[in-house]
Write a protein that binds this ligand. Sequence first.
Ligand code: GLA
Length: 388
Amino acid sequence: MNINDLKNSFEKIFKAPPENQYFSPGRINLIGEHTDYNGGFVFPCAITLGTYGLVKKRNDNKFRLYSLNFEDTDLVEVDLSNLEYNEKDAWTNYVKGMLKYMTVENPSINAGLDILVYGNIPNGAGLSSSASLEMLIGVILKEEFSLNIDKKTLSLIGKKVENQYIGVNSGIMDQFAVAFGKVDSAIILDCNTLYYEYVNVNLEDNLIVIMNTNKRRELTDSKYNERRCECESALSKLQTIIKINNLCDLTVKEFNRHKHIIKNTIEEKRALHAISENERTKEAMNLLRNNNLEAFGKLMNESHLSLKDNYEVTGKELDTLVESAWRQKGVLGARMTGAGFGGCAIAIVSKEDLDSFIKNVSKDYKKVIGYEASFYIASIGEGSQKLS
Ligand code: GLA
C-alpha cells in the first residue's frame, strides 16, 4: 500500500481528496528494557514501519475515523463533546484519548477532521503500534490547528493516554522514541530527567533483524502492571534505609549492599534486573559510540538473560527465537525488545549470513512452537511528521 493507494482509499471513503498526509513510526529498543518506569536509561530507535494518517478539515466538530487495518468496521464518528473511553471503541480510543487531553489545553482545536489511518507495523507485535497512533494524532492536531506544542509535551500526553485513559501503566519510552526518532540514530534517553542524545548507529556490514513471535501480546491483560508494582514495592522498602527516588538511582554494587531489606525473592529479582539493565544500557551507549559492536552484542545477550531469569517476561516463544539466533553464524547479539510476553526480538546479524540466519531460526522456531515466526529488516527512520 503506497501513499497513492492511501489517497485513493481516502477519496473513496470520504468522497473528497485528503489535504495532508502524516507518518508516525514504530520503534525497537536496542537495550534498556523495563527501565523507563524505574527512572533509568533506554536506548530505542524509530523504525520505518509505522502508521500513516491522511487528513481533511471539516466544517463541524466531528472527527470521522477510518482504519484500513480493520476494513470490516465502519467509519467511526467521534464528537468533541463526547470523548469518554469506551471499550467497544477499540483502536479509536487512542484517538479519543489524544483528543480529550489535547483539546483541554488547546481551545484552538475547534473543528473536526476526516482521518484515514493505515499502519504497517504488525499489530500487537510490541513495536509500539499504539504509541505510533497516539503520536500520529498528536502531530496531526499540532499541524492542522497550528498548535505551539513541542515533541516532549506530545510524548507526555501520549503517555497520559496510555496510563489514565487506556489503563496501561507504561513508561515514556515508546512515545518519546516515536516522536523523537531520527534516521540512523538511536536515542539514549534518561527517563528520570528526559534528557536525551542521539547516537549514530553504524552497523558496518550488519543489519538489525526483527523477529516476530507472532504471539499476540496484550499489554493490558499482561503482567506488565504487576511487574511495575513489584518494582514499586522493592523501591519503597529500599527507601526506608536509603534516600533514592527510583530503583535506577542505584548501582548494582549499592543494591547488593541494601537488598536485604526487601525480604521478597521475586521483588529482589525484579529490582536487580532494572538496576543491572540500566548499567548495561549506559555501557552499551558508550560501546556503540566507539563502534564496538561485538561487546554491544554481548550486552544484548546479557539483557535477554536478565529479562528471562530475573524479570521473567520472555516466555517460550521469545526464548526460542533468541536462543536459536545465538547459535547462528554471523550473529553479534540478540534479545527480546519491548515489554516481552510475546511480541518481537531483535538480532544484529552480518549481511553475509542473513539468508541462512532467517532460514535456520525459522526452522527452529516452527519445530518448537508449531507455527511460523516472521522476519523484517529494521531501517531506522524519522519520528512522527507531516509528509511533504
Ligand atoms: C512497553 C512500555 C514501555 C517500556 C517497555 C519495556 O513497551 O510501553 O514504556 O516499559 O514496555 O521496556
